[in-house]
Design a protein around this ligand. Structure first.
Ligand code: SR1
Ligand code: MG
Length: 427
């Protein structure tokens, strides 16, 4: 037992900067990557996320990143226990992602189930994409990489690619990640629409809109439909938390990190996460712009990235469906001759339209939760002037509500980006 939080296995203890080197010296792949002797290794705890410890360790030959789960939510403290098993799901997800999207996730060098500790290659000189976007840095490689990642990981873990027995075994392998799913179910789909202790927003500026959302029946129905999808549609292995804080970048390399929320869920949840976080950044730019540092051109780039994310994802996913369909869904034998091929092509359009609608709905839910719920984005949080921040947030919330409720107006990604431009002018 840990003295606080959840019960932990015998042998678990959080590592610190003093105890980590001796432990890593016993992991041959890690010691080789670092080089020299443990006395030469420099350790820094750098975790700034919501849940875990993260260390960077540098040795004479190279560096590694070490991520260790704590038995509670770091953001809140020991009063909110959280199972260490999330590290188990994370390393399984990393292995699946590495198989289907090689080169787009960090290499795992060592995993310790008891310590809930994963040692990975150190991504250097990468930075967290969100931090770069706040400084208006463009990432020309991003759309290509993230759409490769999403198309490949979602397609290859779906019923379009997997035989039913393999798919069911994979669902079973991830279905124990319930505590992390519950965080999403509560923080994204429920709490922003009610009075909840965890919620916070820019006050008093957003008090009115927060109240309005809590009274909005159409919005509550829309978000509840999305929640039901999240709860019940095991379409593919999701990353589960695919925001720009889960992406590390240079201008020519993109890696997806941190899949501890992984489980089999609706594909649109991952796609929506990417779109939502780009749109949040788009709106936040007006709060970061200064005389001499205008952000309009960057906002144009961000909206082009939003469009690219959907359009390229769609193209790549359909190409995989055409070339690599080996699953039990839409059996080949039904669609090879006669009217079959044409019927399948028409059905693929319907499938992608449905996936698009899901993605935009989930994007909207994620925009709202980052402004009215517990965990906020630094894109907006780092706007110091509360009035300026509230204006960006209001535009984002107004668009999100419209995306979620008036779905008939959003049949294409270009309709979404046009509405984002309009929301920026309208409020
Ligand atoms: C209590 S955890 C809050 C959020 O942090 C993670 O990044 C997920 O987005 C989660 O919802
Ligand atoms: Mg994370």
């Amino acid at each position: 037992m840990a003295d606080k939080g959840l019960p932990v296995p015998e042998g678990y203890a959080p590592k610190d900067e003093d105890s980590l080197p001796a432990y890593l010296a016993g992991a041959p792949a890690v010691a080789a990557r670092l080089g020299g002797a443990q006395a030469d290794w420099r350790v820094r705890e750098v975790g700034d996320g919501n849940l875990n410890l993260v260390f960077i360790v540098d040795g004479p030959a190279g560096g590694v990143a070490v991520k260790q789960a704590l038995p509670y939510v770091r953001l809140v403290g020991e009063s909110w226990p959280l199972p260490l098993s999330r590290a188990h799901f994370e390393q399984m997800a990393l292995a699946t992602q590495a198989k289907h999207a090689p080169g787009l996730v960090p290499e795992v060098l060592h995993y310790d189930e008891t310590l809930a500790l994963i040692v990975m290659e150190l991504l250097r000189p990468h930075i967290i994409m969100r931090q770069g976007m706040i400084k208006a840095i463009r990432y020309p490689d991003f759309v290509e990489a993230i759409t490769d990642f999403m198309a490949r990981t979602l397609f290859h873990t779906s019923d379009l690619a997997l035989p039913a027995d393999e798919k069911k075994a994979a669902i079973a392998a991830f279905c124990g990640n319930t505590a992390l799913c519950k965080i999403t179910e509560d923080l994204i789909f429920t709490e922003p629409y009610m009075i909840a202790e965890n919620n916070r927003w820019t006050t008093p500026q957003l008090d009115g809109i927060a109240h309005e959302f809590r009274e909005d029946g159409a919005l509550k129905v829309a978000v509840s439909r999305l929640k039901l999808k999240f709860l019940s549609e095991a379409q593919a292995l999701l990353h589960g938390d695919l925001h720009t804080g889960s992406v590390m970048v240079t201008e020519s390399d993109t890696r997806v990190i941190d899949p501890e929320f992984a489980f089999y869920g609706p594909m649109g949840f991952d796609i929506g996460a990417v779109i939502a976080n780009l749109l949040i950044n788009y709106f936040s730019q007006d709060g970061h712009a200064k005389p001499g540092d205008p952000r309009e051109d960057y906002q144009t780039w961000v909206l082009e990235a939003v469009e690219g994310c959907w359009n390229e994802f769609r193209r790549k996913f359909l190409a995989l469906w055409r070339d690599r369909a080996a699953g039990d869904a839409y059996p080949h034998i039904l669609f090879t001759a006669g009217a079959g091929p044409e019927a399948l092509r028409a059905e693929q359009e319907v499938y992608m339209d449905r996936l698009f609608a899901d993605s935009i709905g989930f994007a909207a839910a994620k925009m709202i939760r980052r402004i009215l719920g517990l965990a906020h984005n630094i894109d907006l949080e780092w706007i110091e002037d509360p009035g300026a921040r509230a204006l960006c947030e209001t535009r984002c919330l107004r668009l999100a509500r419209d995306l979620m409720v008036n779905t008939e107006n959003y049949r294409s990604i270009e309709a979404v980006t046009a509405a984002a431009r309009k929301a920026r002018d309208a409020y």
